[in-house]
Every structure is written in structure tokens, then in C-alpha cells.
Design a protein around this ligand. Structure first.
Ligand code: 13P
Length: 250
């Protein structure tokens, strides 16, 4: 059975002490309801090591927000998958729309990042999603199809470690959530693409998360859809109570 996951992307928020405070609250209040339902926190790099220690005895998973395409070397300011692994990182976002837009990450680069992570047994959370213009022009399926090309280059064994997150760019940080029907339509499309390229069994086992203004008040409706296996949460992951409220809707 595929995993249900609620992952929090802190983006560039929380200084060191603020991060520790929220992580402590999560550890204190998190009640894992079922071993198939995961809670994952993706903080900035500076928090990873401390949060790995805090989460050690809890069931909370730890993810990073980015890694470099190379294993090591003269890449000032960058972080490798090996470094992430050394602080017990289990997941890493790849291809978030903010990285595509502000850091011009393209399919080839995203493929290299996935490979680096998979070599170190870190699970990529691969993000895809269309712009508002794409949707207005009826091109959203084509855009997603193109973004997913990255994943078809992976072996089946590698692909099985990947979590997919659908995040329509027009819904990120805007307060405008996709309707549960819109999310379901795209998630079903993504799953059908996985079935076509990787086979039915792998498609059934792939977790596909929704992201974009997801909060405790709308999570239950989104998660009730058959192909929505959880959420990738931005703003509402910055308060433990709100974040756990979303988890409890799984
Ligand atoms: P918001 O939940 O703030 O819309 O952000 C979603 C997101 O980008 C998570 O990666």
C-alpha cells in the first residue's frame, strides 16, 4: 500500500532557535496515527543536524530542500547528497517551482539531482506544477507531462523511491487552493503517466502529494480524493499546531 505523507517545506523561514522551538513542539504533540502515514519536515540546511537529533526517537521524517548535481568539489555555497546523508536526511525536494523560477533549474539538472540523492538512498520529493497562464491556455497537462520526463530516465528500482508532489504555481502562497476535483484530475493523470512508463504496480505504489495553500481547513477534502496521498505544505507548516492539524486530516 502506498504511503500517505504530509511534508512541510519551511522554505527560507525560521532562524536556528525558532526551528528548534517548532521541532520540539512537533515532537511533543505528534501522535503517529498509523505507520503508513508519515510526517516529514524539510527545514533549511542549518537545521538538519539538530532536527535529526530531535526527531531521532520520534517517527518524524527529515527532508532537505535542495542538493547539488555533483558529488563534491568546487561549488561554493552548495550542499551534496552525501552531506545530507551524513546528517540523516531521508527526503529531499527536487524541482520546486521556486527553484525552477528563481534558479532556472531545468529537466537535465533535476535528473542529476535525483540521481545524486538516490545513490545516497535519499528519497526525492519531485515537484511539478503549471503556471496560471498554462492553465488558462489549457496546457496544464502538457506542462506536467514535460516536467515528468525527468523521472522516466530513472530505473524502475530508483523510481520506486520517488515521491511526486503536484503544486500548481498559481496556488502556492496565494491562498487560492486548487479544488479537490482539480487536484484529483491532475493526480490521476500523473498516476496514469507513471502506469504507462513504469507499470501499473509501481503506479499504485507511488505517493502523489498536493501542494498549494493547503491548510487544516481544506486538507480533509483534498485528501479524501483517491489519488491524493497527502500534502506538501508551505505556510501552514510553520506552526506546529497548524501542521499537525493537516496531518490529522490524512
Ligand atoms: P503554501 O502552502 O504556502 O502555498 O506553499 C506550498 C509549497 O510551495 C510547498 O512546497
Amino acid at each position: 500500500m502506498r504511503k500517505k505523507i504530509v511534508a512541510g517545506n519551511w522554505k527560507m523561514n525560521k532562524n536556528f532557535q525558532e526551528g528548534i522551538d517548532i521541532a520540539n513542539e512537533l515532537v511533543k504533540d505528534f501522535n503517529p496515527s498509523d505507520s503508513n502515514k508519515k510526517l516529514v519536515v524539510c527545514p533549511p540546511f542549518i537545521h538538519l543536524s539538530a532536527l535529526a537529533e530531535l526527531f531521532d526517537k520520534s517517527e518524524i521524517g527529515l527532508g532537505a530542500q535542495n542538493c547539488h548535481t555533483s558529488g563534491k568539489g568546487a561549488f561554493t555555497g552548495e550542499i551534496s547528497s552525501e552531506m545530507l546523508k551524513s546528517v540523516h536526511t531521508q527526503y529531499c525536494l527536487v524541482g520546486h517551482s521556486e527553484r525552477r523560477a528563481f534558479f532556472f533549474e531545468d529537466n537535465e539538472e533535476l535528473y542529476q539531482k535525483c540521481k545524486q540523492l538516490l545513490v545516497k538512498e535519499i528519497q526525492p520529493i519531485f515537484c511539478c506544477g503549471e503556471l496560471l497562464e498554462d492553465r488558462k491556455e489549457g496546457e496544464h497537462f502538457d506542462v506536467i507531462e514535460d516536467q515528468l520526463e525527468v523521472l522516466w530516465k530513472l530505473s524502475k528500482t530508483d523510481f520506486e523511491k520517488v515521491v511526486i508532489a503536484y503544486e500548481p504555481v498559481w496556488a502556492i502562497g496565494t491562498g487560492e487552493t486548487a479544488t479537490a476535483e482539480q487536484a484529483q484530475e491532475i493526480h490521476a493523470f500523473i498516476r496514469s503517466q507513471v502506469a504507462e512508463k513504469m507499470g501499473e504496480t509501481i503506479a499504485e505504489n507511488t505517493s502523489i502529494l498536493y501542494g498549494g495553500s493547503c491548510k487544516a481547513s481544506n486538507a480533509a477534502e483534498l485528501f479524501s480524493k483517491p489519488d491524493v496521498d497527502g500534502g506538501l505544505i508551505g505556510g501552514a507548516a510553520l506552526k506546529a499546531e497548524d501542521f499537525l492539524g493537516i496531518y490529522n486530516a490524512l
